[in-house]
Design a protein around this ligand. Structure first.
Ligand code: NAD
Length: 290
């Protein structure tokens, strides 16, 4: 069991509830994993968490190689192997080259976490086709491309009983906005709604091959993507109106969910979306009767 301390650089928010210690059972030895967008926020925590669980890890990035190398070094200092690979997940050639390099380096992959994502927000009437295409390209097409390459490798290798009951595990990073509509963010919400049916359709298709596919849908997590929502006391207080559990999520909250989903403890779980959101999808506006 490895403990990972919650990001010590995270500023304490006023009135914040205590955060738990994050623990990662050592259950992924011999299962190389690839995590996209792994040099920041949730992807970084997932890469570190999978490493702490015993996996060797491919740390994908598209900008900021230094941050990717830092994540790789942390994984290596925990006794696992790590490899930082640059690839734009929205580009087919990049994704194919990344998987080829990863498989060549580690021999195979057992786990693929499609986490890379971004926002390009605008009201509908001001949303440009570039903003639309960028978000769909990274958040949806990127997840399709990574899933396809991963399933090719899982299928080629098949089940290794001594390592895992499954031939491979896919995790799609969705969002509460696969369910909650989001005015001013139609491209983002559409991409995450798409991720839900992409994941479910793939799960249905590959289950007979002993491959599991699931999604994690984070609520409000303390990362750079949503900094304005948590960095000032006023913003944090406003955010808490949407979170019944009354604390912001930490990237490690998501990493723990991913580590469980890809372990054999979740071997009968496929096609599921695990909401990790402190109750954000519980219609908090109805807490007092609506
Ligand atoms: P982040 O901005 O810290 O990380 C996003 C990562 O994706 C970065 O490493 C970035 O470089 C990478 N990325 C962007 N475009 C890429 C591309 N074309 N190719 C490869 N990598 C690319 O944000 P985060 O909050 O850690 O977001 C991670 C995922 O979690 C996203 O899919 C996001 O939609 C989802 N999510 C986040 C929250 C939240 O509250 N933070 C909530 C719901 C869902």
């Amino acid at each position: 069991m490895t403990d990972i301390t919650t990001n010590p650089a995270a500023p304490a928010s006023p009135g914040e509830r205590p955060r738990p210690a994050h623990r990662f059972p050592l259950v992924l030895e011999g299962q190389p994993a690839l995590v996209t967008g792994a040099n920041s926020g949730i992807g970084r925590a997932v890469a570190l968490g999978l490493g702490a669980s015993g996996a060797d890890v491919v740390v994908n990035y598209v900008v900021n190689p230094e941050a990717a190398e830092e994540v790789a070094h942390q994984i290596e200092s925990g006794g696992r192997r790590a490899l930082a690979i640059k690839a734009d997940v929205s580009q087919e050639d990049d994704v194919k080259a990344m998987f080829a390099k990863a498989i060549n380096h580690f021999g195979t992959l057992h786990i693929a976490v499609s986490n890379a994502g971004l926002q390009r927000d605008a009201p509908l009437l001001e949303m440009t086709i570039e903003q639309w295409n960028k978000v769909i390209g990274v958040n949806l097409t990127g997840q399709f491309l990574c899933a396809r390459e991963a399933v090719r490798e899982f299928t080629r290798r098949g089940v290794l009983r001594e390592v895992s009951a499954a031939a491979g595990k896919l995790v799609f990073m969705s969002s509460v906005h696969q369910e909650i509509p989001w005015a001013g963010h139609a491209n983002y919400a559409a991409s995450k709604g798409g991720v839900m049916q992409l994941m479910r359709s793939i799960a249905q298709e590959v289950a007979p091959l002993a491959i599991r596919a699931n999604a994690v849908a984070p609520g409000a997590i303390r990362t750079p993507i949503n900094r304005p929502a948590w960095e000032t006391p006023d913003a944090y207080r406003e955010l808490m109106r949407l979170v019944p559990y009354k604390r912001i999520g930490e990237p490690e909250d998501i990493a723990q969910a991913v580590a469980w989903l890809v372990s054999d403890a979740a071997d009968y779980v496929t096609g599921a979306t695990l909401f990790v959101d402190g109750g954000m999808t519980l219609y908090p506006g109805f807490t007092t009767g609506g």
